[in-house]
Design a protein around this ligand. Structure first.
Ligand code: ACO
Length: 429
């Protein structure tokens, strides 16, 4: 296998180094191409651009493989927890008992918000979207905690990471409480990560919420499965902001904004809306599928297909089982799950989907799990953000720790007008 690629242009040839990853992925290094030839590469949407090398997460979309720091997602889902997986994603190894104890104690210690921060919640209108509150409040956290501007070593990064992961959960629950006009609930120090979130979401001043083990397990799993997914839109955003040496909180707040878009974090909402439409509109699964295949009015089978996975999204298999288990254990009969099951059965046997390699993605089942937990639709993307925080932090850390790091600054091919001049206002057509 050659370690250079040759590009010919205008009678000159350029040798470009080929870089190989640990999973034998190959990339052509074009960093010197412009200096040598005046050419840049053009790839709108970055569909074929490696923006970095990264040691956090590996995906093989053809084979449906997802690994955090080399460990298959299936193994972590079965044996690990969100917090352990978060530490693995951020620091690169499974935590020792001492690491685990230290990280957990920082998480617990920092679960409460500064009392002054509560005033900010009062300033948002009722029904403010919780993603707007979440991104703004993460930035506000950095105003309250200037220590995070000076993360120099792993110890200070660990502290900042635990503070952020802990407080994000409290902010998310508080954003929800404000949006429904209920008092903010304080965290409890005896509860674990997922349970504490559910407590702050659903406890009321007159009644504590006690999650069942099935619900806690499913939430833990949901968060673990969302912990990282290599260079997606929000993670790339976090890296872009981090490359200017912005602090961890500011960078992750930008990640929340990127995740908010319906093409990224909003798909699990679209799945539930699609299932509700089928249920309420009285459309049969067959009729709906006919519309999808005829591309009528742009109708798509939401929760199917993925830019990277051309096979089963491994997360969807795990979540499907978790959804089944949770609904059985809680004895919930959800007609939406029946519709989802029928849609999946029809799609997986249909040539349209088979030929295009369209399989259920993580969002197909995550919406059902969140709905069964009682999480309202406008909080779905917030839940994704809580889960994705370790991945954003890990990618921020890679940028932070890179001694050769440079600010991200892509180039462009300019297509606007050339050589124009300013015209006085009264002479403009
Ligand atoms: N329903 C029906 N047809 C589909 C679907 C779908 N869900 N997804 C893709 N197709 C069709 C396309 O129309 C295209 O058809 P054509 O060849 O006749 O033109 C073909 O399958 C190939 O699709 P691509 O264009 O290669 O898909 P792309 O990679 O651009 O998009 C995406 C991927 C956005 C996820 C798409 O599959 C989709 O819109 N799915 C539904 C939304 C969704 O579930 N998004 C969540 C993604 S996971 C995540 O973000 C966490």
């Amino acid at each position: 296998m050659s370690d250079t690629a040759r590009l010919e242009y205008d009678g000159t040839s350029y040798d470009l180094p080929v870089v190989e990853g640990t999973e034998h992925e190959l990339g052509i290094d074009i960093t010197k191409l412009r200096a040598e030839s005046g050419l840049i590469t053009l790839d709108p949407g970055y569909g074929n651009t490696g923006s970095c090398t990264s040691a956090v997460t590996f995906i093989d979309g053809e084979q449906g493989i997802l690994r955090y720091r080399g460990i298959p997602i299936e193994e972590l889902a079965e044996k690990s927890s969100f917090i352990e997986a978060a530490w693995l994603v951020i620091f690169g190894t499974l935590p020792t008992q001492a690491d685990r104890d230290r990280f957990t104690s920082i998480l617990t210690e920092h679960s409460m918000l500064d009392e002054n921060m509560k005033k900010h919640f009062d300033g948002y209108p009722t029904n403010a979207h919780p993603m707007a509150i979440l991104s703004a409040m993460i930035n506000t956290l950095s105003a309250h905690d200037p220590e995070v501007w000076e993360t120099k070593d792993d110890e200070s990064i660990e502290r900042a990471a635990a503070v952020l992961m802990s407080k994000v959960r409290t902010i998310a629950a508080a954003a929800y409480k404000s949006s429904v006009g209920e008092p903010i609930v304080y965290p409890r120090y005896d509860l674990r990560y997922a349970e504490n979130f559910l407590h702050m979401m659903f406890s009321k001043p007159y009644k504590d919420y006690e999650p069942t083990p099935a619900v806690s397990r499913a939430l833990n799993l949901f968060l673990l499965l969302h912990a990282d997914h290599e260079q997606n839109c929000s993670t790339s955003t976090v890296r872009m902001v981090a490359s200017s040496q912005a602090n961890m909180f500011a960078s992750c707040s930008a990640g929340v904004c990127a995740l908010w878009g319906p093409l990224h974090g909003g798909a699990n909402v679209a799945v539930i809306e699609m299932l509700e439409q089928i249920r309420d509109g009285g459309t049969s699964v067959e009729e709906f599928m006919r519309k999808v295949k005829n591309k009528e009015d742009g109708v798509k089978l939401m929760g199917f297909g993925h830019r990277v996975y051309r096979n089963f999204d491994p997360r969807s298999k795990i979540l499907r089982k978790a959804a089944d288990d949770m609904l059985t254990e809680l004895n919930i009969q959800d007609p939406l799950l029946d519709i989802a099951g029928e849609l999946a059965e029809v799609a997986l046997a249909d040539d349209y989907f088979v030929e295009r390699k369209l399989y259920p993605n993580v969002d197909f089942y995550s919406g059902i799990i969140l709905r069964a937990m009682g999480i309202p639709l406008n909080m779905f993307t917030v839940m994704f953000a809580i889960g994705r925080m370790p991945g954003w932090i890990a990618n921020w850390k890679e940028i932070h720790d890179d001694p050769k790091g440079r600010i991200y600054r892509p180039r462009q091919i300019y297509t606007g007008p050339v050589d124009q001049h300013w015209i006085p206002r009264d002479q403009r057509g």
